[in-house]
Design a protein around this ligand. Structure first.
Ligand SMILES: [Zn+2]
Ligand SMILES: [Zn+2]
Length: 277
């Protein structure tokens, strides 16, 4: 029998947050700082010498982040290396991808495992035309957890896939991921600027607002955002930018499952909007 279960039902009680808490306090929520949108050297628009796994992890720890999401343009090839670079630290690295849809909307997919992120990458690569031109767009560097170069990705990662925005969201969910519309307040590649509205039936888990706009302003400007969980992230392309915007979330631990509950506002988990900016 699992010893932690003994007496649990008798001992648990309601806390202020509504979360069931054991009398020893083992089950409870805390506030964590998350930056769920960070690019690496795989994105052609980053500096090739800067956004390496070890440097990102070191900077995220310096900036007192508990969780980061690695979301490169149309690829997840550096997510596992960054997660391994964080091994032995308290930083949680969530494998992700920032997909460009056919309508040029950016959607973040965050996944429970490297395998799920890799499966999403395969879906994206199968529908991503074109070859990178390094002299025009920049290098797309695949690295290991020691920042050693493994490969240069040759696909046109900065380009748009042939997947509709709705299909991107569906595929992310099919693979057990969370789908978040990136920087919805931005004119380029934002959901509202590109589509004008959130299509009915598109089950987004949250909307990301860039650091340039506060949540209140975003809700005023985009009435459809009213009912969605909002997050903010750095969209860092340089080390200086890591953590410049962060979401504060109330969870029991910095894990994918807890993040999922926080975005869905379940079991006392939530995003603390007024403290996130
Ligand atoms: Zn973007
Ligand atoms: Zn981005």
């Amino acid at each position: 029998m699992d010893p932690s279960k003994i007496g649990y039902s008798e001992a648990r009680k309601e806390t202020k947050t509504g979360l069931k808490s054991g009398k020893d306090g083992a089950v409870g929520v805390r506030i964590f700082r998350l930056d769920l949108h960070v690019h690496t050297v795989l994105s052609p628009c980053t500096d090739i010498a800067e956004m390496t796994p070890r440097a990102i992890v070191r900077t995220a720890l310096e900036k007192k982040l508990d969780m980061i999401g690695i979301c490169d343009h149309n690829s997840g090839r550096n997510t596992a290396a960054t997660r391994r670079a964080a091994a032995g630290t308290h930083l949680t690295v969530i494998p992700g991808i920032e997909v460009t849809s056919a309508e040029e909307v950016h959607i973040l997919g965050l996944f429970p495992s490297d395998g799920a992120a890799a499966a999403m990458q395969e879906e994206v690569y199968a529908r991503l035309p074109g070859q990178n031109r390094e002299e025009v767009f920049g290098y797309q560097v695949v690295v290991d957890e020691f920042d050693q170069v493994d490969d240069l990705d040759q696909r046109l990662l900065i380009g748009a896939t042939t997947l509709s925005t709705e299909r991107v969201v569906e595929l992310i969910h099919k693979l057990g991921g969370l789908a978040i519309a990136s920087h919805v307040d931005r004119v380029g590649f934002g959901l509202f600027s590109q589509l004008g509205f959130i299509p009915p039936g598109m089950l987004l888990d949250a909307l990301e607002v860039s650091r340039r706009t506060d949540f209140q302003t975003a809700r005023k400007k985009f009435p459809q955002a009213r009912d969605y969980t909002l997050i903010t992230s750095s969209d860092a392309h340089t080390l200086d930018e890591v953590g410049v915007a962060a979401t504060k979330a109330q969870m029991t631990e910095p894990s994918f499952d807890e993040l999922k509950k926080a975005l869905a506002r379940e079991d006392g988990r939530c995003v603390l909007e007024e403290e996130s900016l």
